[in-house]
Design a protein around this ligand. Sequence first.
Ligand SMILES: Cc1cc2nc3c(=O)[nH]c(=O)nc-3n(C[C@H](O)[C@H](O)[C@H](O)COP(=O)(O)OP(=O)(O)OC[C@H]3O[C@@H](n4cnc5c(N)ncnc54)[C@H](O)[C@@H]3O)c2cc1C
Length: 352
Amino acid sequence: MNVDILVIGQGISGTCLSYFLAKENISFLVIDDNQLNSPSRVAAGIINPVTGRRIVRTWMIEELMPFVWGFYIELGNELGITAISEKKIIDFFPSPQMKLAFEERINEGDFFLQRPTDENNFLNQFNYSFGYGIVSPSYTVHLDRLLSAWRNKLKERNELLEEEFDLTELKVEKEKIVYKNITAKKIIFCDGVQSSTSSYFNKLPFAPNKGEMLIVEIPGLSNEYLYKKGMTLAPLSEPGLFWLGSNYLWEFKVENPSNEFYKQSELLLQSWIKLPYKILEHKTSIRPATIERRPFVGFHPQQPAIGILNGMGTKGCSLAPYFAKQLADHISQNKPILPEADIKRFRKILER
Ligand SMILES: Cc1cc2nc3c(=O)[nH]c(=O)nc-3n(C[C@H](O)[C@H](O)[C@H](O)COP(=O)(O)OP(=O)(O)OC[C@H]3O[C@@H](n4cnc5c(N)ncnc54)[C@H](O)[C@@H]3O)c2cc1C
């Protein structure tokens, strides 16, 4: 079998890349082993324009938000699903200081932040003492639907091989790669944390980060909003089900769900929610994060047939579509990749 590009991985990165390759009439095959605990399958799918204690805007968000909205609407239309929804985040202040910080950012003119008209609006559903602010717009990407609908499309078009990719079977030449019976001009790794241990990319400054979440049933709670107080409660596609998370662990011994996170979440739910709820599931995954919090995009300086789209960290839903398009445009029209994301910035390390 001959294709232009062999794509490894069908998380959000491989999904977006294969979508843009198809748009540009570049032939491809995706190999994915369907790991059910991959971060793309455990994530909440939230795109929140602000972050941190100072409620600052996230990197490039003014450019990313309109781009990804258009992308997910278009992809959803092609697949006959709702791939993205706009939501307001109800940000309950954990302390008077946080309320003050939020007020300061509103006064500085941040248009993503708003004051509520009535601070008592959520008193029937939640306990809170210091009021709340509103972050709007924010988005949720319906990753569960999107990944499986795109997977089905790939299967229909014979563009998916459902198996584990074995790096020892890869033969790399300057102008092409050969993998078993597949010959391609290039191979692009969208395989998440797996790349942090591969012989081609293990020198990139990956910083894998463990995150956990619970699935909670809260039948009486409106799915119109995301709710935040220390953790985030986000509606899932199935009515009455919510995603609760997460933690961010740079150092971890095991990938299994931890008792600490479960207990911490249980305590939060007990003190925060007034409605009846039931914890249904506890899952964990490892984010492909990077030390300088910027993605890894582009081709290996010594192996021009080997590329990567990775390092999405906590922001795969907003970064993956944007940089998948850049990578596809780079392949088809030799357009430049944003220098802060291009792995050319690690040329010296990768050439060692
Ligand atoms: C708890 C948690 C919450 C999160 N919440 C959000 C959020 O709300 N918003 C957001 O934007 N991001 C969130 N993230 C981060 C987001 O999940 C990641 O940035 C994103 O999923 C990374 O996607 P990816 O496609 O690059 O990698 P992955 O999701 O890791 O996908 C890699 C794919 O490659 C496949 N694969 C790997 N190795 C092989 C192999 N050898 N052979 C074949 N296939 C292989 C895997 O099966 C998988 O399908 C969260 C992450 C976690 C853990």
